[in-house]
Design a binder for this molecule. Structure first.
Ligand SMILES: NC(=O)c1ccc[n+]([C@@H]2O[C@H](COP(=O)([O-])OP(=O)(O)OC[C@H]3O[C@@H](n4cnc5c(N)ncnc54)[C@H](OP(=O)(O)O)[C@@H]3O)[C@@H](O)[C@H]2O)c1
Length: 198
């Protein structure tokens, strides 16, 4: 009998975040700091594709989506999925509303999107990061270490640093400490050491 259930193509699930000394990432629905070059790093990552015609799927929690300056959009080479149980349709500039990360993984890995999508980028907030860190296809965490104290009310989730190992000399990632607006920060990448290879 023919199998009509399409297999879900594996797309890498990658997180990108910046966290300060106590792992704070947000305050009052906004970023606690203004670091334009660090934001440009984020934009370069999520819009980077191997060739024209390819796209990345960018996954946002609802608050994170609405906290972002809409002047940022549209972003090249990206499709945007907002996670929400309450939105009926995608907000301006977004393409999809999904109920959870698994729904996005399924959407990105099955036709018609499967041949277009390269990477699923998880861009926050906290609940989305938490779900993504548990996902079997999550292989890399790009976490900028902001070397300063900021008052925050949202935090990057604890994660297993034996499972996700800090990389040294990761390709394309400057190792030297950056400084902007009087704030020092360092780009870091954590790579999943084990996990299912399906
Ligand atoms: N420093 C950084 O790198 C960084 C990155 C991103 C965000 N931030 C900051 O983080 C804050 C926003 O994050 P947040 O954690 O408060 O909110 P959030 O995760 O962006 O949004 C929460 C809402 O999104 C929906 N949602 C989130 N995860 C979901 C999931 N797994 N499944 C289904 N729905 C989901 C729910 O909406 P419904 O109620 O509609 O179901 C939930 O109420 C802001 O301050 C922002 O500036 C910082």
């Amino acid at each position: 009998m023919e199998n009509t259930q399409a297999k879900v193509q594996r797309k890498p699930v990658r997180l990108i975040a910046a966290a300060c000394n106590d792992m704070g990432i947000g305050k009052d629905g906004k970023m606690p700091w203004s670091l334009p070059s660090e934001f440009q790093w984020f934009l370069n990552k999520v819009t980077g594709v191997s060739r024209p015609g390819k796209f990345n799927m960018v996954v946002w929690g609802k608050l994170c989506w609405f906290s972002h300056p809409q002047s940022t959009f549209p972003l090249p080479n990206t499709l945007h999925a907002v996670l929400s149980s309450t939105l009926d349709s995608p907000p301006d500039h977004a393409h999809f509303v999904c109920s959870d990360l698994e729904a996005v993984v399924h959407l990105a890995g099955t036709p018609p999107l499967a041949d277009l999508i390269e990477t699923i980028w998880i861009v926050g907030g906290m609940q989305v990061y938490k779900e993504a860190l548990q996902h079997r296809w999550c292989d890399l965490v790009y976490l900028t270490k902001v070397m300063a104290d900021f008052d925050c009310d949202v935090f990057f989730p604890e994660f297993d640093r034996e499972l996700f190992k800090l990389q040294e000399g990761f390709p394309g990632v400057p190792s030297e400490i950056q400084e902007e607006e009087g704030v020092k920060y360092q780009f870091q990448v954590f790579k999943r050491e084990t996990g299912d290879k399906a």
